[in-house]
Design a protein. Structure first.
Lengths: 161, 797
């Protein structure tokens, strides 16, 4: 263990200054230091996708990134994306389609889905399944999630259901 | 939807104008979860809270000669290092047996191992520190001297005389055995034209809840009360067990369960490390948090299945099935799990094999043996996937032997839809099932004949697709016959309290729990419908033993059927109470009045008479204006448990359409269909999503999931990268249809739907794979159906 290092970063539009141990991962920093508990920890080895967040506009697994690596970055979590309204329509589609059960994967799933829709406004059903294939959901069987993302594609591109 | 004839009078209550029953409405709790504003146990922080990390045995079987904790105690942030012996002063050991499973035996299990570790992953010491990372650092400084013992890992040799006995006090490694001989089995086989035999192999797998098991235990020494925050399916069970082993009264233990990140049966048990966490809080007089990491989850969350089942079926040339016989063997780890035991799955296999079919000739033996692996216990659809895969696998093999279509053999042998009530050879009672209506509906949904034609055409192009069908029966709405009769303090009844508040809103406390199934929504839909209030005015509170009625919780597909009926009955009483008050205020009779859209109205013409908010205001703030002698009760509580049938059986049928790549052994799932009969459907969307989620867990078992142990009892794939689960890319779309045969035992008529998907999915897939491989004369009776298994069967490797 070495001494804490200073970091400064932007989290959901708010400037954060902190001293953190070099070994602290970003998920634990968000959850335990900033109490942003919407970033969930499922596997702690980068497989399940529950801790998916956005760093400088790109989705990352917060459990695979150290807090010190986020120094100078702009971090967005599910709390920020919810408050900004960026994914309100996607969340509504998830609600209407019951695309979540226990909800533990959902923040990561929403952020991964939004990432796809930003890159590709009209993805096919297979493309949606492929893009979400790094996010593990044990409850739904995925179909409702894929349906909800498809519904969001339709509403964003102005096509009727 | 095919609706079977049902009692018409009782349905009128459910069919009231503006009823939410049978309608898809969004769950009220979703925004919280979607915005990351839920409260899972892993999110919880309390003042003075410390974190426990368990040092776990690296050996499957070892004597603990010595533990030196001195260095660990000096590590930064460490509050305490506690061994099993020290913790035993606070918490007593337990034995996971039930008296109705005759002969079931197990050895005393401690919260932390004392003297001996019996599986890789059993806790041998607890390190408590100011945060989890520091506690993990200090576990590395605990010195344990182990003397390795022989690990008993192969269940096939566990009962051999030369195999060492894991618990010498028990005499042998046999935990439980059940034999059944019903009808005239030998005669049945003798009268058949063909007898087909197979050995079915089921991999050991586990639930992989996305939120690991988590508990915060908070012993308040001043109050002499323990508050347990735990993601559990059964809060009152946890309360009872914690009190029992900590020497407390149940009134000294409160269990609170907020959001739960997946359960599937994994979180219906009480684990040694959770017991240790409760005990550590009492010992150290402060809140203690335990959150399993993923490796710990794989090594300690209950595993399930791990069965070897030999099966035989007798069949006549006309397709009549003359007898079933099975010999099942399962390995459960070193202890029977507490308090539900590890013999239930094998017992269910015996109960369920052959269950959809007419033949009364059935013989079964099931043996449950100890081994030095992680414990197994009840996981979603307990025993059903084994029974269904064996039964449906045998039926398909029999059909193939006599050259009959898999649909035709089922039509010939499934119990007729007008034969109910009736029973099974194993003593199950069926109130009303719909096998034939369900099968007919399924064949229509999948367009069976067209698929067969497509299959034949593609075969000529060397593309190998298969169709697999599996009929299912499913245990739901369990009465006390499941656990209570065996001495377990696990409630089979549930209670709901419904109250009208001062602004005309309704608050409802229920003893069932929510892990995402939709318990809150389902309860609110029933209460709102019965009361005539809008759903957004109903708030449902659950998961708190201090504040809800006493009850079982959510498991064994019981929440809607049992908790839902209690909600219906409570709301009916409250409705009557409201109308009595309204009648007094309006100088009318209750019979002349009704409630609709939050307003008391005339029963005849629906004209509004008084708003519920106004009525409640009078009751709470101006009772002086009520006629003398009127004492309103704007709260009502009712409980419910099924008494007539020990279980409300449901039925269903599934079909899989898939393609096998005979060069690589990979299977591509193309489509899956389910028809299911869970009685009254409260929320069609929630039922369908339970089915889909359940199917996908069954597909995981069919294709991917297996806890791979080596011969020394080391779990070799205890991480999410090596233990494969279904992901979105390889899962098919699943079409769900319904037949509706309500149970007449309750007014609601609902049976369970949470496990049926898991029960039949693997059987449908395995039958489809064998159907696809028929030209190669390859028969596979093993899951998971990995490429290696496929290629081996094809003789390619």
């Amino acid at each position: 263990m070495t001494a804490p290092l200073p970091i400064s970063l932007d989290v959901n539009g708010e400037r954060i200054d902190a001293h953190v141990l070099p070994r602290l991962n970003l998920a634990d920093f968000l959850r335990e230091h900033l109490h942003l508990t919407g970033t969930h920890v499922g596997c702690e080895h980068g497989v399940c996708g529950a801790c998916t967040i956005r760093v400088n506009g790109e989705i990352v697994r917060a459990c695979l990134m150290l807090a010190v690596q986020a120094d100078g970055s702009a971090v967005e979590t599910i709390e920020g994306l919810s408050d900004s309204g960026e994914i309100t329509d996607l969340q509504a589609a998830f609600r209407d389609r019951n695309a979540l059960q226990c909800g533990y994967c959902t923040p990561g799933m929403l952020i991964a889905a939004q990432d796809l829709l930003k890159q590709n406004p009209e993805p096919s059903r297979d493309r949606i399944r492929e893009h979400l294939s790094g996010n593990y959901c044990r409850c739904t069987g995925y179909q409702a999630i894929v349906d909800a993302v498809e519904a969001t594609v339709r509403s964003r591109t102005g096509r009727a259901a | 939807m095919t609706v079977m004839p049902v009692k018409t009078e009782a349905l009128s209550l459910l069919d009231r104008p503006n009823s939410y029953i049978g309608k898809t409405v969004p769950r009220p709790n979703l925004d919280r979860l979607m915005q990351g504003r839920g409260l899972y146990v892993s999110d919880l922080e309390l003042s003075r809270m410390a974190h426990v990390v368990f040092l776990r045995s690296p050996h499957a079987h070892a004597r603990i000669a010595a533990i030196d904790v001195a260095a660990a105690k000096r590590m930064p942030g460490v509050i305490a290092v506690v061994t099993g012996k020290e913790l035993a002063s606070v918490i007593t050991p337990w034995v996971g047996v039930l008296s109705h499973l005759k002969g079931l035996k197990s050895a005393p299990q401690h919260a932390i191992a004392i003297d001996r570790a019996c599986w890789q992953g059993e806790a041998v010491a607890a390190v408590v520190a100011t945060n989890r990372a520091l506690a993990e650092d200090a576990t590395e400084a605990v010195q344990v001297e182990y003397e390795e013992l022989e690990a008993i890992t192969d269940m096939r040799t566990a009962l051999d005389l030369q195999t060492p006995v894991i618990h010498t006090s028990l005499g042998d490694n046999l935990a439980f055995e059940r034999v059944l001989d019903a009808g005239h089995v030998d005669q049945g086989f003798a009268s058949s034209d063909e007898v087909v035999e197979a050995e079915f192999v089921f991999g050991r797998h586990t639930g992989v809840t996305l939120e690991p098991r988590a508990v915060v235990a908070d012993w308040n020494a001043a109050e002499a009360r323990l508050t347990i925050y735990q993601g559990t399916q059964a809060p009152h069970m946890v309360q009872n067990i914690a009190a029992l082993h900590l020497g407390l009264q149940e009134s000294q233990v409160r269990v609170v369960c907020k959001d739960v990140g997946g359960s599937f049966g994994i979180k219906v048990h009480i684990y040694a490390d959770e017991m240790a966490t409760y005990a550590l809080s009492k010992l150290l007089r402060r809140p203690i948090k335990f959150v399993a990491d993923r490796v710990e989850s794989f090594n300690t969350d209950i595993h399930a299945r791990d069965h070897l089942c030999k099966g035989r079926i007798g069949v006549k040339r006309d397709g009549t099935i003359t007898a079933f016989e099975i010999d099942d063997l399962t390995g459960i780890g070193p202890y029977s799990m507490y308090p539900r035991t590890s013999a239930i799955e094998a017992n269910q296999v015996v109960n369920l094999v052959g269950g959809p079919y007419v033949t009364k000739n059935y013989r079964a033996r099931a043996r449950v043996v100890f081994q030095n692996k992680n414990v197994t216990c009840q996981y979603r659809a307990v025993g059903h996937p084994i029974a269904c895969s064996v039964t449906e696998g045998l039926v398909d093999l029999a059909a193939a032997r006599i050259g009959m279509d898999p649909v035709d053999i089922r039509r010939r042998n499934l119990i007729a839809d007008d034969a109910y009530p009736c029973g099974s050879p194993s003593g199950l009672k069926f109130e009303k099932l719909s096998h034939h209506a369900s099968l007919n509906k399924l064949l229509g949904m999948m367009n069976y004949d067209a698929l067969r034609a497509e299959q034949a055409e593609l075969r000529s192009k060397n593309i190998h697709r298969g169709i697999g069908i599996a009929s299912v029966i499913e245990v739901t709405n369990p009465s006390a016959a499941f656990y209570g009769v065996g001495g377990a303090k696990i409630s089979s009844q549930d209670g709901v309290a419904v109250r009208l508040d001062a602004q005309g809103a309704v608050i409802c406390h229920t003893s069932i729990t929510e892990q995402g199934q939709g318990s809150e929504s389902m309860t609110a839909q029933i209460v709102a419908s019965m009361l005539g209030v809008s759903m957004e005015r109903v708030r449902v509170v659950l998961g708190d033993t201090d504040n809800t009625p006493y009850g079982g919780g959510t498991w064994a597909s019981r929440g809607a059927g049992i908790g839902g009926e209690a909600a219906l009955q409570a709301a009916k009483v409250l409705r009557k109470n409201i109308l009595d008050v309204a009648a007094a205020i309006l100088q009318a009779t209750a019979a002349e009045l009704d409630i609709a859209d939050n307003v008391v109205v005339n029963a005849t013409d629906g004209a509004p008479r008084i708003k519920l908010s106004e009525l409640a205001g009078i009751v709470y703030f101006r009772p002086d204006t009520l006629p003398p002698g009127i004492q309103p009760e704007l709260i009502a509580t009712r409980h419910y448990v099924p008494r007539q049938y020990p279980f409300a059986f449901t039925n269903g049928v599934q079909a899989s359409w898939l393609e096998v790549d005979t060069d690589t052994g990979f299977i591509r799932l193309l489509k899956h269909w389910v028809v299911e009969d869970c009685g009254t459907i409260i929320n069609p969307q929630l039922v369908d999503e339970q089915i889909r989620g359940g199917v996908v867990q069954g597909l995981g078992a069919a294709l991917f999931e297996k806890c791979i142990y080596d011969e020394r009892g080391q779990l070799t794939n205890a991480n999410m990268a090596d233990y494969l689960v279904p992901m979105s890319g390889e899962m098919p779309d699943i079409d769900v249809g319904h037949v509706v045969s309500p149970t007449l035992e309750s007014e609601l008529g609902a049976k369970g739907a949470g496990e049926a998907g898991t029960a039949g999915a693997a059987a449908a897939v395995a039958n489809a794979v064998n159907d696809a491989l028929r030209p190669f004369r390859a028969i596979i009776t093993e899951i998971p159906l990995t490429p290696q298994v496929i290629l081996t069967a094809l003789g390619r490797i």
